[in-house]
Design a protein around this ligand. Structure first.
Ligand code: PEP
Ligand code: MN
Length: 348
């Protein structure tokens, strides 16, 4: 596979010339628009093809790789750099973001109470599911578009950007303008039609790891979004299936530093779904930050015992505040620079 990086100021004629030269039967080319200059991805490579393209006008660099996720890889795209989630909220490359809120959007009042509480404790993104991927068809399925309207109201009232899950490819286009970040849940990590649709929108995507997926499959799923031209992908480890049912899932923390060595994309951790138990959420959050996670996504409900979904793993507002203060202490111990903590309160 060959990755041809074009100069920032190259013309569409330069790109077309590269494509014409490289395109041949069995060797398709893809143009990937990127902020630092488009990229041309060629399935297939040879030293001769590389030589021929290197001297064309507008070509910045040419790399040959065997990596199955070249656009996501550090090998081709170098060190981690921050991804903009919303104006003023950046994640990765040393910037930490905590997302928090209810599993499901339930009522406007509960959402607003949660949003105000998590903001006061230092969260910088509000989470809330409106389209819920429930295992049982009789479980609460979420409020759908009504839930999206409530998220927009909570954003208006608090200024917090919002993240919500999208399950169907046909929902991506209409939903994208209304929210700040689109979440792909664990059950949809390999929904390739959904990933392709997300590649076509200009919105950051939080891609959760499939509960039975390998790191390699996860990064290839990210590649689907990147090759569509959407550069803003954030990965989320949320626990994988194991033999042990004493926790809801098994939090695979060792992959945080591993994945960060393979990709420039930010990696966050969801200790709520990983453990299923609220008393494990704080210790696993601290462990995730210590392992190098670029952020956390935490389920919070003002009265978890009344939550319509995932109450047992949801923190109340007080417990979330305690978590944020402890997270601040961990980050301080890790010597994070002031201004690179995105709203985390530091209690020394
Ligand atoms: C969620 O975030 O509410 C959710 C359903 O997560 P996951 O896809 O990780 O189960
Ligand atoms: Mn949940």
């Amino acid at each position: 596979m060959m990755i041809i990086q074009m100069n920032d100021h190259c013309t569409s004629l330069d790109v077309a010339r590269v494509c014409d030269q490289q395109e041949r039967p069995g060797c398709p080319v893809r143009i990937v628009p990127r902020s630092g200059g488009s990229c041309v991805v060629v399935d297939g490579d040879s030293d001769a093809a590389r030589q021929a393209v290197s001297d064309l006008p507008g070509v910045k660099s040419v790399s040959i790789t065997k990596c199955s996720y070249p656009l996501a890889s550090r090998e081709i795209f170098g060190a981690a750099h921050p991804v903009e989630l919303a104006p003023g909220v950046r994640i990765g490359g040393g910037e930490i973001v905590v997302m928090a809120g209810p599993c499901s959007v339930e009522t406007g009042e509960i959402l607003l109470e949660t949003a105000r509480g998590v903001k006061a404790s230092g969260a910088s993104v509000l989470r809330g599911g409106a389209f819920k991927p429930r295992s049982n068809p009789y479980s609460f399925q979420g409020l759908g578009s009504e839930g999206i309207a409530l998220l927009m109201e909570a954003r208006q009232a608090t200024g917090l950007p919002v993240i919500t899950e999208v399950m169907a490819p046909e929902d991506v286009e209409w939903l994208a303008p209304h929210v700040d970040i689109l979440q792909v849940g664990t059950r949809n990590m390999q929904n390739f039609a959904l990933l392709k649709a997300l590649g076509r929108v200009d919105k950051p995507v939080l891609l959760k790891r499939g509960m039975m997926s390998t790191v390699d499959e996860w990064l290839q799923a990210a590649e689907y979004i990147l090759v569509g031209g959407n550069e803003r992908v954030v990965l989320c480890e949320r626990g994988i299936r194991s033999f042990d049912k004493s926790t809801r899932n098994t939090l695979d923390l060792s992959i945080v530093p591993l994945v960060k060595s393979l990709t420039h994309l930010p990696v966050i951790v969801d200790p709520s779904h990983a453990t299923g138990k609220r008393e494990l959420v704080l210790p696993m959050s601290l462990a995730a930050l210590a392992a190098g996670a670029d952020g956390l996504i935490i389920e919070v409900h003002p009265r978890p015992e009344e939550a319509l979904s995932d109450g047992p793993q949801s923190l109340d507002l007080e417990a979330f505040d305690e978590l944020m203060q402890a997270a601040g202490r961990i980050l301080a111990a890790l010597q994070f620079q002031e201004g690179k903590r995105c709203g985390l309160k530091i209690a020394m």
